[in-house]
Ligand binder design. Structure first.
Ligand code: PHE
Length: 344
C-alpha cells in the first residue's frame, strides 16, 4: 500500500508539472494520451489495484479516482487558457477594425411593371374581382373566332398577328381570348375577374409600341349588369390609381366582341408640364377599350344573353406605368437596364 500510494502521489505531481509546460493544443493532446489514453498512466495506476491486499483496495481506488478528477479539471482549465491565448494571438495578428462600416447587403427591387400590376390587382381585388390566368399561346378560334371575328373579317387587321408554324396556333394579340376561357369555366354563373398577361403584336417598334406588352382584361357577368356599372367601375379604378380628382370621359368606339364599344379617357392635370404632349393638346388621355359583352360572345362562352349581360375592358398597364412615372420610352420595360430598373 505504501508503495502504491507513493507512486500515485508522484504520478500526480509529475502530471501536474507536465501539464503546466503544455504551451499549445498539440502538446496538450500528447499529455492527454500519456495520462488518459488506453495504455495511459492512470489506467496503469488503476491496474495496480489488483496487486493490493483486499482490505486496501477501496481506499486506493478512491485515491486513484480523486487524482483522476483533479487532473481532468486541471486539464480543462489549461485547455481553456490555451484556446483563449490562441484567440488573442490571432486577433492581434489580424486585427479587425470594428469601426469600419459593414458591407451593405444589396437588396433587389421589384420590376416597375410588376409593381404597377400589383397595384392594379389590389384595386380590383377591393372591388371583388378575382385574378384569372390564361395562356399566351392561343388558337385562332379563341383569339378571334369566338370573339366574333370569323376568318378574313377585316376587324382582324387591328391585330397584326404572330402565327406559329402550326396552322391555327398563334401568340395571343390581346387578353380578350381569356374572356372565353373564363366563361367556359364559370357559365352560367356570375363572374368578376381581371385577366392579366403578356400579349404579342407585330408592330414597328417605337417609343410607344413594342411587340410584347402586358394587358389587364376585365370581365363582369351577371343579371342586369349595365353600362353604368362599367362606367362606375372604371371611374373608381382610375381615381384610386391616378387621384380622386380624376374625370373619366367615354367615347364611342368599335370592337367586334363588345356592343356598344367605348374608349375610356381620363383627364390629365394641366399643371403637368407634359400634359400637352401626352394628351396631344386635348387634356384627355386614352387608358382603355371597353364595352358591353356582345351577345354572340356570351353565347360562345355558354351564357344566355337573355339572362346574363356583362361588360369587358382591356387596358395596357405599361402605358399606365409610363404615365404614372413619366417614362418616355416603352422599350425600357424589357431592356433589363439596371440603371432604369433601380429607379423604382
Ligand atoms: N382587346 C382589345 C384590344 O386589345 C381591348 C378590349 C378589351 C376592348 C375588352 C373591349 C373589351 O385592343
Amino acid at each position: 500500500m505504501a508503495d502504491a500510494s507513493t507512486d500515485l502521489a508522484l504520478l500526480e505531481s509529475t502530471a501536474t508539472t507536465e501539464l503546466k509546460d503544455c504551451a499549445d493544443e498539440l502538446s496538450l493532446r500528447a499529455w492527454n494520451t500519456k495520462y488518459f489514453g488506453d495504455k495511459g498512466e492512470m489506467n496503469t495506476a488503476l491496474k495496480a489495484l489488483g496487486t493490493l491486499p483486499k482490505d486496501q483496495r477501496p481506499a486506493y481506488g478512491q485515491a486513484v479516482n480523486a487524482v483522476k478528477q483533479r487532473l481532468i479539471s486541471a486539464k480543462d482549465q489549461k485547455e481553456a487558457e490555451i484556446k483563449e491565448q490562441a484567440l488573442l494571438a490571432s486577433l492581434s495578428a489580424n486585427p479587425i477594425d470594428v469601426t469600419l462600416p459593414g458591407r451593405a447587403v444589396s437588396a433587389g427591387n421589384l420590376h416597375v411593371a410588376t409593381k404597377v400590376m400589383r397595384e392594379i390587382y389590389s384595386i380590383f381585388a377591393d372591388m371583388g374581382f378575382q385574378i384569372f390566368r390564361s395562356r399566351e399561346v392561343e388558337d385562332d378560334q379563341t383569339n378571334f373566332e369566338l370573339l366574333n371575328m370569323p376568318p378574313h373579317h377585316p376587324a382582324r387587321d387591328m391585330w397584326d398577328t404572330f402565327h406559329t408554324t402550326t396552322p391555327g396556333v398563334l401568340l395571343r394579340t390581346h387578353t380578350s381570348p381569356g374572356q372565353i376561357h373564363v366563361m367556359k369555366q364559370f357559365a352560367p354563373n356570375p363572374v368578376r375577374a381581371v385577366l392579366p398577361g403578356m400579349c404579342y403584336r407585330h408592330e414597328a417598334v417605337s417609343t410607344r409600341s413594342e411587340i410584347q406588352f402586358e394587358q389587364v382584361e376585365g370581365l363582369v357577368l351577371g343579371p342586369n349588369v349595365t353600362m353604368a356599372d362599367l362606367k362606375g367601375t372604371i371611374t373608381a379604378f382610375a381615381r384610386r390609381l391616378f387621384g380622386q380628382e380624376r374625370q373619366v370621359r367615354i367615347r364611342s368606339s368599335y370592337f367586334p366582341f363588345t356592343e356598344p364599344s367605348i374608349e375610356v379617357d381620363i383627364d390629365w392635370p394641366k399643371e403637368d408640364p407634359n400634359a400637352d404632349r401626352l394628351t396631344k393638346g386635348t387634356g384627355w388621355l386614352e387608358i382603355m377599350g371597353a364595352g358591353m359583352v356582345h351577345p354572340t360572345v356570351l353565347r360562345n362562352g355558354g351564357y344566355d344573353p337573355d339572362q346574363i349581360s356583362g361588360f369587358a375592358f382591356g387596358m395596357g398597364p405599361q402605358r399606365i406605368t409610363m404615365l404614372k412615372y413619366a417614362i418616355d420610352d416603352i422599350r425600357q420595360f424589357w431592356k433589363n437596364d439596371l440603371r432604369f430598373l433601380r429607379q423604382f
